[in-house]
Design a protein around this ligand. Structure first.
Ligand SMILES: Cc1cc2nc3c(=O)[nH]c(=O)nc-3n(C[C@H](O)[C@H](O)[C@H](O)COP(=O)(O)OP(=O)(O)OC[C@H]3O[C@@H](n4cnc5c(N)ncnc54)[C@H](O)[C@@H]3O)c2cc1C
Length: 322
């Protein structure tokens, strides 16, 4: 059993699903599970964190934390980690976690493993696995020397546990005072899309160059909407202007680990696989039975996506309506 501190990620007062995964995994392993909740007016989120198994939630409430800033976060966490006596510190491998965790590790002068796809608690230590060489191999990482041990974990890598609303957590207020901050975030401009981000979604439906134009991506969007998923794209589709870069999956795009990844008309180039091969279940739809995507696919449909995708959508819709 370890003392684990999880840094919660919230935006506009809404906690990310990946935070619940980390809290649930830590609690399920019998750890003393602490959560750092940073923001302004966020205390109301403690109940939800408790339902996933948080024992203590350390709430840092300040105007400087209203909008995420690496400098302000690290300023709070660098003193919270030792004061809690955390042996393990976890955050999601999102753009936010990727931003502040290395900085926190440097400030604490400890090691960090990033982009982990599996996590094992071993007493006060952890063993993690992380893909290397564009996902062609997996490295197992152990920490040596004195802790705390820091790691960022990919969304969907650990799976969700069931919340239990009868659980409660202790709330500890953290005195957050800032002096000499060099940066101030004044505004966050949201993207247009109302769909979930590809890195967070449990289901991702992606399209490639074969969609031929931006309008045709409508069939991918419709399928994604039926299954409550995000829309992803290959780089070829992004370079052709069919989708914005934020949707790009792959080596130079985003790395995703959804429970279901549906690749429509994507060849499966190594740079694309680097971004999605750790998905739990992969479905590929492609006219070419020799396409490399079928080598990583759990289910494959050799066929024209313009016929298969609308059919799939209709069938899934029927299932959903029943
Ligand atoms: C440094 C570097 C970084 C890169 N980073 C990335 C990255 O992050 N992400 C990424 O995706 N790529 C990346 N690439 C590009 C990558 O190498 C491929 O070029 C790209 O992934 C191909 O995209 P695609 O599969 O959509 O297109 P294509 O390779 O052209 O494949 C199209 C596929 O659609 C199939 N098809 C055609 N018509 C239909 C139809 N009607 N129905 C069903 N199937 C059909 C074809 O059989 C084919 O398999 C990178 C390349 C380099 C050099």
């Amino acid at each position: 059993m370890a003392k684990v501190l999880i840094v919660a990620e919230q935006r506009d007062g809404k906690l990310k699903r990946s935070t619940f995964e980390l809290v649930g995994a830590s609690a399920a392993s019998g750890n003393e599970t602490h959560v750092a909740l940073l923001g302004q007016g966020v205390e109301g989120l403690v109940t939800e964190l408790a339902s996933y198994g948080a024992n203590t939630v350390h709430v840092a409430d300040a105007a400087e934390l209203k909008l995420y800033s690496a400098e302000a976060y690290v300023s709070v966490l660098a003193s919270l980690v030792p004061s809690v006596g955390a042996e393990i510190v976890l955050a999601s491998h999102t753009p936010t976690g990727r931003d502040f965790m290395p900085r926190l590790a440097s400030r604490l002068n400890v090691g960090m493993a990033s982009d982990c796809v599996s996590l094992q608690f071993q007493g006060s230590n952890i063993v993690v696995r992380r893909p290397v060489y564009s996902g062609k191999a997996t490295a197992e990482v152990e920490f040596l020397g004195a802790g705390p041990r820091l790691a960022t974990i990919r969304a969907n890598a650990l799976g969700m546990t069931k919340p239990d609303t009868s659980k409660s957590a202790t709330t500890q207020k953290v005195a957050a005072t800032f002096s000499g901050l060099k940066t101030k975030v004044t505004e966050v401009v949201q993207g247009q899309s109302a769909r979930p981000d590809v890195t967070e979604a449990a289901i991702v439906v992606s399209g490639g160059r074969s969609l031929k134009n931006a309008e045709n991506f409508k069939i991918i969007e419709e399928l994604a909407d039926v299954v409550g998923g995000a829309v992803g794209a290959s780089r070829a589709a992004v370079d052709a202007g069919y989708r914005p870069h934020r949707d790009q999956v792959g080596q130079t795009g985003k790395v995703v680990s959804p429970t279901l990844y549906i690749a429509c008309g994507i060849s499966g180039a190594i740079q694309h696989l680097a971004g999605m091969r750790t998905s739990k279940t992969i479905v590929a739809i492609n006219t070419d039975s020799e396409a490399p995507i079928f080598q990583v696919a759990d289910y494959g449909v050799v066929g024209d996506l313009f016929q298969v995708v609308p059919l799939l959508k209709e069938e899934l819709k029927k299932l959903k309506d029943h």
